[in-house]
Ligand binder design. Structure first.
Ligand SMILES: NC(=O)c1ccc[n+]([C@@H]2O[C@H](COP(=O)([O-])OP(=O)(O)OC[C@H]3O[C@@H](n4cnc5c(N)ncnc54)[C@H](O)[C@@H]3O)[C@@H](O)[C@H]2O)c1
Length: 381
């Protein structure tokens, strides 16, 4: 019989739903020593929090995250709030001795991230950041193929994350649903929101980034602010493109925008090595494209590997070969790995310290865009 892992979740928006689904599902598919228990959800509006709790089966509701953190019956705090609250909640939760699962990006900037790392490390509490794309089976397979050395020396890394939902000038900034356009809540625009995912995946697959050269643009300079009721300057980057050098000598391009008409969540990466290349596309997330130069030349070409067989990462836990899984399963895998981590005493990655590396790259990207100079990331390479 699995032991309870009592979850206190803060925020019930998009990620609140994705994580709740993962907590409910994980024990049905993975044999784990702990079973997540939906102990409490916290949000400021009690009625809406109660409705959410009833829908997902949370036992109780809090309206102040500080009260939630003080509760003795909570083991782990899950931070699903806008970015500007991550640090304050995490530092308080660590001081209270709670395990912490924090949404990405870790923090508003690297200084905040460092403070969060120190807090969890001095408290000795388990901690993890929800960079969930690592646990899409095709992406995990890419990692395994690279670690096996199949690509050989890596020359190029290329990533994009494209959306189109902020093109309208009528869209306001700030408040519910639109906090991503408010620099005070989000910290940055596409850099921290979308490129942070691309950077995390890249650091995991290809090692540290030493230097970046970036440009950003804010296409719509002023928007109504929902919290002040006034038209205010927009402080986020609407688009960002940067060049990067990895510690292993490879070169990279990264691009993200919310102004690519026709694209909703086009996250793709391609990696070119001396022996083989890999590419992946979130819109076709259960496939990994693989080109092996070692193949017989008359049949050499890009293969589209359908990542569903039981010998593929995580897939023995799901259906029969040929039947695919989706976006939400990456969160289930992350919870499973977090629980394995606390069982074995080996932290599930990325920890806060791992995610701080992404934060350093994001900071360097924004600095480089401001100065127009190549910028050292100061990250581990
Ligand atoms: N891993 C991913 O792929 C992914 C995807 C989307 C968002 N995120 C991250 O998840 C976090 C939340 O994003 P979202 O899309 O779920 O946002 P959202 O706007 O859908 O939800 C945010 C939630 O935070 C709550 N909240 C705000 N202030 C609060 C406070 N003071 N106390 C308690 N609750 C408060 C809101 O009521 C809301 O329920 C962000 O850090 C975001 O970057 C990650």
């Amino acid at each position: 019989m699995a032991k309870p892992l009592n979850i206190g979740m803060i925020g019930y928006g998009f990620m609140g739903r994705a994580h709740s689904n993962a907590y409910c599902t994980v024990g049905n598919f993975f044999e784990l020593e702990y079973q997540p228990v939906l102990k409490a959800v916290c949000a400021r509006d009690e009625g809406r929090a109660k409705a959410f709790a009833d829908n997902w089966g949370y036992e109780s509701v809090e309206t102040d995250w500080r009260t939630l953190i003080e509760r003795d019956d909570i083991d782990a705090i899950d931070i699903c709030t806008p970015n500007n609250l991550h640090k304050e909640i995490a530092v308080a939760a660590a001081a209270a001795g709670k395990m912490i699962l924090c949404e990405k990006p870790l923090s508003m900037n690297a200084d905040e991230g460092e403070e969060m790392c120190r807090a969890v490390e001095s408290a000795g509490v388990a901690n993890m950041v929800w960079y969930n794309y690592r646990r899409v089976p095709a992406v995990t397979l890419a990692k395994n193929l690279i670690d096996e050395g199949r690509l050989g020396k890596i020359f190029h890394y290329r990533a994009v994350f494209l959306q189109d939902w902020t093109i309208s000038t009528d869209l306001a900034q700030g408040g519910e649903g639109l906090w991503r356009l408010d620099v005070d809540a989000a910290g940055s625009g596409v850099t921290g929101d979308l490129l942070a995912h691309c950077i995390d995946t890249a650091l995991w697959l290809n090692g540290g980034i030493s230097q970046v050269s970036a440009m950003t643009e804010t296409f719509i300079k002023e928007r109504m602010h929902n919290l002040t009721g006034k038209v205010e300057k927009v402080g986020i980057d609407d688009a960002c493109a940067f060049l990067a050098r990895f510690g292993n000598g490879s070169l990279a391009t990264f691009e993200s925008t919310r102004y690519a008409r026709g694209h909703k969540a086009l996250y793709t990466f391609e990696i070119n090595g001396e022996n083989a290349s890999i590419s992946w596309d979130l819109h076709d997330l259960h496939r990994l494209q693989y080109f092996d130069h070692g193949d017989d030349s008359i049949v050499r070409g890009w293969r589209s590997v359908h990542v569903t067989d039981g010998d593929m990462p995580y897939m023995d836990k799901w259906w029969v070969p040929g039947l695919q899984i989706g976006y939400e399963h990456s969160f289930v895998h992350q919870v499973a790995d977090f629980i394995e981590g606390i069982t074995k005493g080996e932290p599930a990655r990325p920890t806060f310290r791992d995610a701080l590396e992404t934060q350093k790259v994001c900071d360097a990207v924004l600095d480089s865009a401001r100065t127009g100079q190549w910028t050292d990331t100061g990250a581990a390479i």
